[in-house]
Design a protein. Structure first.
Length: 386
């Protein structure tokens, strides 16, 4: 994701020209026309860099910088003072207020761009140097033996339940390019996170880059979203090394990561499975799905799941019908115990779709939600005892 730059200047023409130049260079741009607005936008937008004019109404640039440096969220954000005030004492005052660089108008666009690149590079280097050594988090893979068994819904709602019950940071990631569903279900406009990452060179993919593509939510987990565009499906064939790099980095960005692996039709699946500490298999109570789930369990056993690594089977029952296998019949056919049965809740699903929220945020006292809570509680208790 392109760096975001906040420009604060009371001259509309300066705002227009500088914004246009930066946008052509690929930057995201946010503008403010006075000091108070600049401080407010800095706290809301969390820019990667700020360009602040000195002579502005209400608060001058020096005072804006001083206030930004007093706020924990902007204390380390790079600030370039960009002004017509060129006296030495003005520059000294700017640096004393907390600016990282000082540039006087007019300036050649190439010099401005060079200063911005330098400030952004230094900022990233400081962040990496200051960051404590990250510990690897716990990774849960969610798979289905075939499509249409509720794998994506299980992964998303499990991540949400676990983040609330365990009160910890969780990332939920769609890992199938071109086959994402969460963005549509939740009403997010931008679902290009995973696919944009897969278009980078493998050597470019790191934790800092991935963090910029994670979508923050109001309900808890951060999301790595995949598009549902047909043209992006080709990344399944070409983005294997990049996907492996993403999967290997994600556990260092959160205590727990939930991967929506789907039916596993992904290049580099072995690398994804090796990154998982635990696997959850979604199935439905129909004979064909149960038979295919049995085959998947056998294949995953060769990777250590059900032996040295945990394996759980979740039955997702989305249709009210008497013509289906019972829990005991499913367990007998699979040869393993079922961890939990998710009951059908078509009205709840309909309301969730209308409100663009995860399923369990509707009817929070309902049976479906309580089953997810139970699953999350059992998982949290088990992991605490490790």
């Amino acid at each position: 994701m392109a760096p975001k730059i906040l420009i604060a200047d009371d001259d509309p023409e300066t705002l227009r020209l500088v914004s246009l130049m930066l946008q052509r260079q690929g930057y995201q741009v946010v503008t403010a026309s006075n000091g108070v607005q600049a401080i407010g936008l800095a706290r809301v937008e969390k820019p990667d860099l700020m360009i602040i004019d000195v002579m502005m109404p209400d608060l001058d640039g020096f005072e804006v910088v001083r206030q930004l440096r007093k706020n924990a969220e902007t204390v380390t954000t790079p600030i370039l003072m960009f002004t017509a005030k060129s006296q030495v004492e003005d520059k000294v005052q700017g640096y004393e207020a907390g600016a990282d660089d000082y540039l006087t108008k007019p300036v050649h666009p190439a010099e401005l761009q060079a200063r911005l690149k330098s400030l952004l590079a230094r900022s990233q280097s400081r962040a990496i140097a200051a960051a404590p050594a990250a510990q690897r988090g716990y990774v849960i893979g969610v798979m289905g033996a075939k499509g249409g068994v509720g794998c994506s819904s299980l992964a998303l709602n499990l991540a949400l339940s676990f983040s609330k019950r365990a009160k910890t940071d969780v990332i939920a990631a769609e890992v199938q390019p071109g086959q994402g569903s969460w963005a549509l279900e939740l009403g997010f406009n931008n679902a290009e996170g995973l696919c944009d990452l897969l278009r980078h060179q493998t050597s470019e993919i790191n934790q800092a880059m991935i963090e910029k593509y994670l979508m923050k939510t109001t309900f808890g987990p951060r999301l790595l979203l995949s598009s549902n565009k047909l043209k992006d499906v080709e990344l399944m064939a070409t983005g294997g090394p990049q996907l492996t790099a993403v999967i290997q980095a994600l556990p260092y960005l959160a205590s727990y990561t939930v991967l929506d692996i789907g039916s596993g039709d992904i290049l580099g699946l072995d690398n994804i499975l090796s990154s998982c500490n635990e696997m959850m298999i979604a199935t439905d109570p129909l004979p064909s799905a149960v038979q295919r789930t049995r085959l998947l369990i056998n294949e995953l056993a060769e990777k250590g799941f059900g032996k040295s690594k945990l394996l759980n089977v979740i039955v997702v029952n989305r249709v009210r019908s008497d013509i289906q296998l019972s829990a005991s019949q499913i367990q007998e056919a699979l040869g393993v115990n079922i961890s939990i049965v998710i009951p059908p809740a078509p009205e709840q699903a309909y309301q969730a779709a209308l409100r663009f929220v995860p399923l369990i945020m509707v009817q929070q006292e309902g049976l479906l939600t309580q089953q997810f809570v139970r699953l999350a509680d059992e998982m949290a208790q088990r992991l605490r005892n490790k």
